[in-house]
Design a protein around this ligand. Structure first.
Ligand code: GDP
Ligand code: MN
Ligand code: MN
Length: 253
């Protein structure tokens, strides 16, 4: 069956208190096993995971970083507040978050929200995906999968893509290890990050600026077996270890 990708059009500007699953269900006829992909920015706005810059007092570290990056010190303070650890301060702040993600500016956004306000990533994106999935089951009576995305830069390559920060109703990774290839050789390392692949295409459908499409539905994606262990542990993560060595040497300052 052909995979279909359907944008959810006509959603209003989302504000704190909006019932996002209900607004989506008014505009989308879900089928069983659809996958709803939702931009984290709108989820966060609906839950009030936002801050006003005017209410933030920048500390010494934020001011020091902001001087180098040319950003508003209060914006940098919000990034520091959202971060568990700072892996790099310059040329951009690279943060680890408590739930395993590593991202530029801790995923804090100043776009698609009114002047003087910023959007934070959901504090627990896996729980957020679960919650949206349960809500859709209640409202529409359909068992769907949910992926919550953010637009992120990548190591090694220019350009941002969508990645999955939370998911529910599917495994993050399709584990091919143990399968055989066309020539009968056993695959030993292939773990396909399916949630990121779907998130990447959803990001393409949503766009980045003013198209006003914060959600898309994927139909006929099939199922896969695997696991949810998408984040490297600190010991496994070669890039992180290298950055930490540099930090030890004081190179990032
Ligand atoms: P992020 O990737 O989660 O940081 O979200 P973006 O700011 O890139 O927005 C993704 C998509 O959602 C874009 O098409 C935006 O225009 C759209 N979008 C963002 N906020 C809203 C909103 O409040 N209402 C609607 N209808 N669309 C929004
Ligand atoms: Mn974002
Ligand atoms: Mn985006």
């Amino acid at each position: 069956m052909e995979i279909q990708v359907i944008p959810v059009e006509g959603l209003p500007l989302i504000k704190k208190g909006d019932d996002l699953p209900a607004l989506i269900c008014e505009r989308m006829q879900f089928q069983e096993r659809d996958i709803l992909v939702l931009a984290s920015s709108v989820y966060s706005k609906s839950k009030g995971h936002t801050r006003e810059l005017s209410g933030i007092a920048a500390g010494e570290r934020a001011c020091r970083i902001a001087e180098k990056t040319g950003e508003d010190p209060r914006f940098v303070q919000a990034i520091l507040d959202a971060s568990e650890d700072i892996l790099l301060e310059y040329p951009f702040v690279l943060s680890s978050l408590p739930w395993g993600h590593i991202g530029v500016r801790a995923g804090v956004d100043n776009s698609n929200i009114g002047e003087g306000a910023i959007i934070l990533l959901p504090p627990d994106p896996m729980a957020a995906a679960d919650e949206v999935r349960t809500a859709i089951r209640t409202i529409a009576g359909r068992a769907v999968g949910v992926i919550i995305t953010d637009t992120c830069g990548r190591a090694f390559r220019r350009g941002q893509t969508g990645i999955a920060i939370g998911w529910s109703g599917m495994r993050a990774i399709h584990d091919y290890r143990g399968d055989t290839d066309l020539f009968g050789r056993t695959l030993e390392i292939t773990e396909e990050a399916v949630v990121d692949e779907i998130a990447g295409f959803a990001n393409f459908v949503m766009g980045e600026s003013n198209s006003g499409v914060p959600a898309a539905v994927f139909r006929n994606c099939g199922t896969w077996d695997g696991h949810d262990n998408i984040y490297f542990s600190q010991e496994e993560d070669i890039i992180r270890r290298t950055l930490e060595k540099e930090r030890g040497a004081g190179d990032h300052i």
